[in-house]
Ligand binder design. Sequence first.
Ligand SMILES: Cc1cc2nc3c(=O)[nH]c(=O)nc-3n(C[C@H](O)[C@H](O)[C@H](O)COP(=O)(O)OP(=O)(O)OC[C@H]3O[C@@H](n4cnc5c(N)ncnc54)[C@H](O)[C@@H]3O)c2cc1C
Length: 468
Amino acid sequence: MNTYDLIVIGSGPAGQKAAIQAAKLNKRVAVIEKTKETGGSCVFRGTIPSKTLRENALRIKNMRQNAAIANFELTEDTELATLITRLDDVLKAHDSYLSSQLTRNGIDVIHARAKFLSSTQIEITKVDGEQHTLNTEKVVIASGSFPRKPPNIPIDHEHIFDSDSILSMLYLPKSLTVLGSGVIASEYASIFQALGVKVTMIDKYPAPLGFLDRDLTDRFVHSFEEMGGKWLGEHLVTKVDWNGFDAVVTECEDGTIVKSDKLLCAAGRLANVKDLHLENAGLSLNERGLISVNEQLQTEQKNIYAAGDVIGPPSLASASMEQGRRASCNAFGLKLGEMQQTLPAGIYSIPELSSVGISETQAKEKYGDIIVGRARFEEIARGQISGIQDGMLKIVCDKQGQKVLGVMIIGEGATELIHIGQMALLSHAEVDIFVESIFNFPTLAEAYRVAALGVIEQREKMTKTGSS
Ligand SMILES: Cc1cc2nc3c(=O)[nH]c(=O)nc-3n(C[C@H](O)[C@H](O)[C@H](O)COP(=O)(O)OP(=O)(O)OC[C@H]3O[C@@H](n4cnc5c(N)ncnc54)[C@H](O)[C@@H]3O)c2cc1C
């Protein structure tokens, strides 16, 4: 019984979908997961816990904004656990749903540490030390990622945290320094700031979330600073230390010193392969510390595939699931179309940010002239009703003002609203579709119509003046 068609290493989003897809192809499948839970870091240390905290941070921010009705302040020494209420319920529900989905599909879920003995043999070690060797035809490595630890940042998980340990803080600190300006850094920085923590975000780049449209990131920084946060761009951190008494001290190259109760280092993530002994399977990591795969998600060993964070960007649960599914389809010869490159980016900061397609800057670089339409949420009925001040939707079109090249949104609901733009891009719809369709009223989706009207107006002006 120790022989499988497919062994999947890791039970995160990539591993689950890889296993279920193979089981649906009537393959004998085992998932090896080293922790006692099922769901990966997505469920236990990443997406779900951070979004649960965010939900309460938003409520608290809204209560503060409504101070005229209720003068709301968090008590001194608020326990972090009280701000992640319902997390246990969410996790238990998720864990039992995922486990039953795997077992329902006849998949063996084995809680053990996996290690390659060869490209077709995997040794598993359970917590009690019991060991077995499993044989397999194919393997999907879906072992995820872990936070990168820069050598000058002494992460102790007590004063200086990484993104896996930040939610293990017992109490809400009074101040927090966040090193980094990527998705995880921006999410946690704005969430803690909304909770009333004095947050300083530091990075060497001029703006956070450099892969996004600059309009969006400028607005994000503005909202963050309006809540009381501080963004220190173009600052190179040289040293971080806990002073042994009352503060974490961060020193920058230009002499800037920032003191805070706690520090979060969010400096990227690396492939989580330390137990795997990849060399036994004839595999190695690339220069970015990740597993390289081809378009089929196949590694340099023909029977071994890899999916999810272990292969690097976009490093999202959403993309990991699809990669996992595709890895299994490819492994067992099921023909697939090309994987969509039009992936939406969703950043659950406060306010939320989302984008699909190309940004205004990228569009200018690629096509020269373009037309951009904008809608501010405070100008549309739903935005006014909900009192949304920092929302904006932007549509980037080709120079004829027809083809949609990208959509960018900032403001609550951005990560849901973006899918309308994504569908327009995927179906190669012209911008007119947003005007010709009737949306519910009053909704934030009406912003698509307003921004599209802006594009059409510019297009018509150009046609009249003959400048297109
Ligand atoms: C703070 C934070 C917030 C995030 N927010 C979002 C978000 O809002 N939206 C989004 O789409 N993504 C988000 N992500 C990213 C998302 O969590 C990851 O992209 C996703 O979890 C990757 O899935 P995976 O299956 O590749 O790996 P993981 O979910 O990391 O799962 C890998 C599993 O492999 C197991 N494993 C590792 N080595 C072994 C071994 N030798 N033997 C057996 N098992 C092993 C691990 O225990 C783990 O359970 C967030 C991440 C973080 C850190």
